[in-house]
Design a protein around this ligand. Structure first.
Ligand SMILES: *Cc1c(COP(=O)(O)O)cnc(C)c1O
Length: 467
């Protein structure tokens, strides 16, 4: 399988290089040159497979030609073996024709585990074949850091350093990172904000000599392999509800657009998805775009669903590359304008093509809490605030009569106990594998907001395993 950049200027790569590179050399994101597509008969033949078996079938075309191609079934089996529910991604019915897919049974209780558990293993497997190592550095405001650390802990070919803003992540989120005491994991608490953390990481990646010296790498949400692994659960839910013989729809709590784009990819591959609902909180840049055709940034406001408090959805560029006439050069120009002006207007044909599949909605904090309370009362299901936004948008979606609609539950309620207690009066407990989280010893190091000092720390950490 050959991959190309959304901006069309970087050279094409195979899967292994796309995995390790993350961002393309021209600033774009990687996409398959040709999309694999499955026939209804083939999709039908997957009924009854376990989640890891299905994962290997769905992803096989994407890793064709990779050094790990033959290992994919084993890597999938290992990735999902530690999940807390035997179905891995269980579906629960909450209304006639409305379901919730629980994507929070992974080790760190957010849907990011479904991709990152595999991506950590893919990194290790590809690097082992190459006799190489990487140093992963990332910044987190919460969920991504713990999922990345959990996926890379104890992997032989990977060192990982995660920066979080000191005192500005929730206690559960901090402890999920700092209680991992593996030798290849380092937690750095930065005196500053999340934006300061991100700027520090950017400064490291901008220093080409340093990047090469420590073999710097990233597992952020623009990495193609994360999107690829997320395609699987769309097929999983579709098959459970009668696909390919019955169309389905999904409602997706959206921030960076990676998750909902994976749904669009599943549709390109032959899954009959008739509707994708983009569910936003009050940071509604995407909702405003789907209403108007104009993407325009505004200030970010904090909400009860912090993982969706975003200004720019980086994975949206992938959808642009598939719909904007003129391909890579046209996408590159639009993105350049957007970066300069904070606004861009898409060609009408692209906007119309998107609106044939996507609709969008915004759910504010009051409606989020109301949905959490209502669903708890009516069905017994406890939702976290992010998941409630997807459910609220699914319940009031228009033009989908008779279509089974699946809302993705992206975080476990115990990750956001204050909001859950406010909505339902009940404080959710942590699941058994994290029950003693508050007693576990923590390890992290406070650092200043200083890129040169950070380079020294990274250099020493990455060097300790090398001769
Ligand atoms: C990351 C995250 C999201 C947003 O997903 P995107 O792929 O960035 O759109 C939604 N909910 C939770 C709980 C998350 O951690």
């Amino acid at each position: 399988m050959d991959y190309v950049s959304t901006r069309g200027l970087a050279p094409g790569f195979g899967f292994d290089d796309v995995l390790l590179a993350g961002l393309a050399g021209d600033g774009g994101l990687y996409l398959p040159r040709d999309w694999p597509s499955f026939s209804p008969a083939e999709i039908r033949s997957w009924r009854g497979l376990s989640y890891p078996e299905l994962a290997a079938r769905v992803m096989r075309p994407f890793v064709a030609g990779s050094v790990i191609e033959a290992d994919l079934p084993r890597l999938c089996a290992e990735s999902y073996a530690g999940f807390a529910h035997p179905a891995v991604a269980p579906l629960r019915q909450i209304d006639s024709d409305r379901w919730v897919m629980e994507l929070f049974h992974g080790p760190t209780l957010a849907f990011k585990d479904y991709a990152l558990q595999l991506v950590g293993r893919l990194f290790d497997a590809v690097l082992a074949r190459r006799g190489a190592r990487v140093t992963i550095v990332g910044a987190t405001s919460g969920d991504t850091g713990s999922a990345a650390i959990e996926s890379c802990r104890d992997r032989a070919a990977v060192d990982i350093l995660i920066l979080h803003p000191k005192g500005r992540v929730s206690e559960v989120q901090r402890r999920q990172m700092t209680t991992i005491l593996s030798g290849n994991v380092r937690n750095l608490a930065v005196e500053g904000t999340f934006d300061d953390c991100q700027d520090l990481v950017k400064a490291l990646f901008a220093d080409e000599a340093f990047r090469d010296e420590v073999h710097l790498s990233a597992v952020n949400s623009i990495n193609w392999a994360r999107v690829m692994a997320q395609i699987v659960y769309y097929f999983w839910a579709g098959l459970a509800l009668g696909a390919p013989d019955r169309p389905v729809g999904f409602s997706v709590p959206t921030g960076n657009f990676g998750n909902v784009f994976a749904g669009y990819a599943a549709r390109l591959m032959g899954l009959p998805i008739e509707r994708l609902v983009v569910a936003s909180n009050s940071n509604d840049i995407l909702t405003r775009f789907f209403e108007s055709g104009v993407m325009q940034t505004t200030r970010v406001v904090p909400t009860l669903s912090p993982s969706m408090d975003i200004q720019v959805s980086s994975n949206f560029e992938r959808l642009m590359a598939l719909t904007v006439p003129g391909g890579g050069p046209a996408v590159a120009e639009l993105m350049q304008n957007f970066r300069r002006d904070g606004t861009m207007s898409l060609p009408d044909s692209a906007w119309q093509a998107m609106r044939a599949v996507f609709s969008a909605d915004r759910i504010d904090d009051a409606a989020t809490l109301e949905t959490m309370r209502q669903i708890k009362d009516q069905t017994g299901e406890t939702l976290d605030p992010h998941s409630a936004i997807g459910v609220a948008a699914a319940l009031r979606a228009e033009g989908v009569a008779g279509l089974p609609l699946v809302a993705l539950a992206t975080a476990h309620p115990a990750k956001f106990p204050d909001a859950v207690e406010r909505a339902t009066g009940l404080r959710p407990g942590l699941p058994p594998h994290l029950a003693d989280l508050f007693e576990r010893p923590e390890r992290s190091e406070a650092i200043g907001n200083d890129a040169e000092a950070l380079k020294t720390i990274v250099r020493a950490f990455a060097g300790r395993n090398r001769p």
